[in-house]
Design a binder for this molecule. Structure first.
Ligand code: ATP
Ligand code: MG
Length: 454
């Protein structure tokens, strides 16, 4: 196991608390990640000092504090030159959960063990300080060694208290490539429907981490029922046999293989892959050659629109995801003209993402059907790189001529100017004229002459 090396700022916070006679420990994610040999992204501290005592301890030494969540026992301490912030939380016990979401009340306790007992998984229920070493009453370190997620205490009780833990279990399993212990897994299946009580934003945030995890394939294979709770539109995809030579998987299994095939860290690409075929069951037809899903990009796009809105994705992510889903299956010939046209239509960033989506999608199809399609996709990458490297023109802002050049022919400001520029841009994209002023002025003249005769 990795060593726990408390950073300077956190250790200063703990030293100050000790000066006033309080105990404190680093706790939760930072202990887990340190033992795994990973760099923790934040260091949470827990203490037997009450929130008011924490405020006083730092205030009297002139250290800035923020009353982050006094009711829940959390004070943020701002310490260090770089303005580092540490959350210091009083040991606490959660009260009853009547809404599967929030404890109705929290009460403070002098017992670290009680604080660890309210935490979700054994790997998250460890604390550490220099004096006492690792405090691990529930076998978290062993669970890390066994690559296993398991609840602290009775799993059914824990998921009944807070259904978000269902998503958190899947998320941790995916992030670390862990399995989920049998009793915990069983309770997850049982309590998954209670995710309906959980705020969409919180589900989205766990789903995102789940999708980006290295163990995503196994988790989504084992917990399709959970996915069908948070995204009911998946239900018809699960077990759906496409009866088509391109597919050796059901629709759902194809989808999750595609998700797993993309190993980059772009969330829009991941979410687009998750939703790229979700509308397939709606447009299934069958003939003597087998099953077909003609035009499935459109119903998938429409469902993705609904799903991403419900899960409260931000507008930028939604726009990207919807573009990628809509066009994931479009025929794109690997020629310069076609690539420039797509760049004009969706921009370079989205076009690159679209190629990633297509690659991951193709690799989730039947083995015998991949080679030629992968080759075409690679050819598109090559052409794209060349178009970009040569700074070829594919958008209005790169066009050699401007509106004022069109107006120099006596065209009044207005729609005709835009129409003319668009016509010239199309000619450039199609490789009919170069992106230079002279030939474009000639083409403007010809275009205006033709329009004048219409
Ligand atoms: P990371 O920050 O890497 O996503 P984390 O374990 O730090 O992981 P946080 O959401 O920051 O996760 O929570 C900090 C700690 O609080 C957890 O390690 C866990 O001990 C506890 N915790 C968080 N959410 C819950 C919950 N829903 N139920 C019980 N304990 C929780
Ligand atoms: Mg954390």
């Amino acid at each position: 196991m990795g060593r726990i090396r408390i950073p300077r700022g956190a250790s200063d916070v703990m030293t100050v608390l000790a000066l006033d006679g309080f105990d404190s420990y680093v706790v939760g994610g930072c202990v887990r990640d340190s033992l795994l040999g990973l760099e923790p992204h934040d260091w949470d501290i827990c203490t037997n000092a009450t929130p008011v005592e924490v405020l006083e301890t730092f205030a009297k030494r002139g250290v800035k504090t923020i009353e982050t969540g006094i009711k829940h026992g959390t004070v943020t301490v701002c310490l260090g030159d770089a303005g580092e912030q540490y959350e210091v939380t009083t040991f606490r016990i959660d009260g009853e959960y009547s809404d599967s979401r929030h404890p109705d009340s929290v009460s403070f306790t002098p017992s670290l063990r009680e604080d660890l007992a309210r935490r979700d998984f054994t790997v998250n229920a460890m604390a550490y300080n220099e004096v006492d070493g690792l405090i691990d009453p529930f076998g978290g370190e062993k669970a890390l060694r066994d690559n296993e997620i398991s609840c602290v205490g009775n799993p059914a009780d824990r998921f009944r208290e807070d259904a978000l833990r269902v998503m958190r279990a899947l998320r941790f399993a995916s992030t670390y490539g862990f399995s989920i212990r049998e009793d915990t897994a069983k309770a997850i299946h049982q309590f998954a429907p209670r995710l309906n009580n959980i705020a969409a934003e919180r589900i989205q945030s766990e789903l995102n981490k789940l999708l980006l995890g290295s163990g995503v394939l196994q988790v989504l294979l084992d917990y399709s029922d959970v996915m069908a709770v948070i995204i009911p539109e998946f239900a018809p995809c699960i077990g759906f046999d496409p009866k088509n030579r391109y597919h050796e998987y059901t629709i759902y299994d194809h989808i999750i293989h595609a998700v797993a095939n993309y190993t980059g860290d772009d969330l829009s690409v991941k979410v687009a892959l998750l939703l790229h075929d979700i509308g397939k069951p709606q447009c299934y037809t069958e003939d003597e050659r087998g099953g077909h899903f003609h035009g499935h990009g459109v119903p998938s796009h429409d469902l993705a629109d609904i799903v991403t809105k419900r899960l409260r994705y931000d507008n930028k992510t939604r726009d990207e995801v919807l573009t990628l889903v809509l066009y994931h299956d479009s025929v794109i010939e690997p020629t310069y003209n076609v690539v420039r046209r797509w760049l004009n239509k969706i921009g370079e960033t989205n076009f690159r993402k679209l190629l990633q989506v297509r690659m991951a999608d193709i690799k989730a199809h039947a083995k015998g059907t991949q080679a030629s399609r992968i080759e075409r996709c690679l050819a598109l990458y090559d052409i794209l790189d060349e178009v970009i490297a040569q700074e070829q023109c594919f958008s209005m802002k790169d066009l050699a001529i401007r509106g004022k050049d069109v107006m120099s022919f006596g065209v009044p400001e207005g729609r005709m100017v835009g129409d003319t520029l668009r016509h010239i841009l199309d000619m450039v994209i199609n490789g009919e004229i170069p992106n230079e002023i002279e030939p474009q002025m000639q083409a403007v003249q010809q275009y205006l002459a033709v329009r004048a005769h219409e």
